[in-house]
Design a protein. Structure first.
Length: 191
């Protein structure tokens, strides 16, 4: 989340012509870049029990780094993003391109937030992933088949044996709506 805040501060600093905010954003970004592991991943947090890696927080970091690179003109942000996306692609999407919740998990739990953010992350990586649009469509179709409840709603999570069909407005529906809207926009631009 630090990189999301840094990107917001950088944007505000640029819009308000406040160099102190831009410098603050760069320091915040440097803090998070120092936490990036050699394999390109970031742990969820700094605490002893926060060392896991998940798809949607990794996606947040990658999107924020894309914005920080553009706002700050920082090559280090670009190279960290490329390493992070390579990790995301290798460890947080399975061989069929299905989003994984945790890097160490096989497929379960299947989580709507992970799926929606995977669509957004892949679309944002069109400069790094030649087949990003096709992959995003594949993820969206798989998500519809796996978590779709009909009438535009999505289940929260699927385990090996149980479907949690709670329709969470913020966690499930809003993120999937965002992902599908961005996918629709990308498809329209490619036509």
């Amino acid at each position: 989340m630090n990189l999301l805040v840094a990107a917001t501060i950088a944007r505000l600093g640029r819009e308000a012509a406040k160099d102190t905010l831009v410098k603050l954003a760069k320091r915040a970004m440097q803090f998070s870049l120092a936490a990036q592991r050699p394999d390109g991943s970031w742990p969820y947090g700094e605490g002893r029990r926060q060392s896991w890696i998940d798809g949607f927080h990794t996606g947040f970091n990658l999107g924020a780094l894309q914005r920080l690179k553009a706002l700050l003109g920082d090559a280090e942000a670009g190279s960290a993003r490329a390493r992070g996306y390579a990790y995301f692609r290798r460890q947080l999407l399975d061989k069929a391109g299905r989003p994984k919740y945790y890097a160490r998990a096989t497929l379960y739990p299947i989580d709507i937030h992970s799926a929606a953010q995977a669509i957004v992350t892949v679309l944002e990586a069109s400069d790094l992933e030649l087949e990003s649009l096709r992959l995003a469509v594949d993820i969206a179709n798989w998500t519809q088949t796996t978590l779709g409840l009909g009438q535009g709603t999505y289940a929260y999570r699927r385990g090996r044996l149980v479907l949690n069909a709670i329709v969470y407005a913020r966690w499930a529906q809003a993120w999937m709506f965002r992902a599908l809207a961005e996918l629709e926009l990308a498809l329209a631009k490619s036509a």
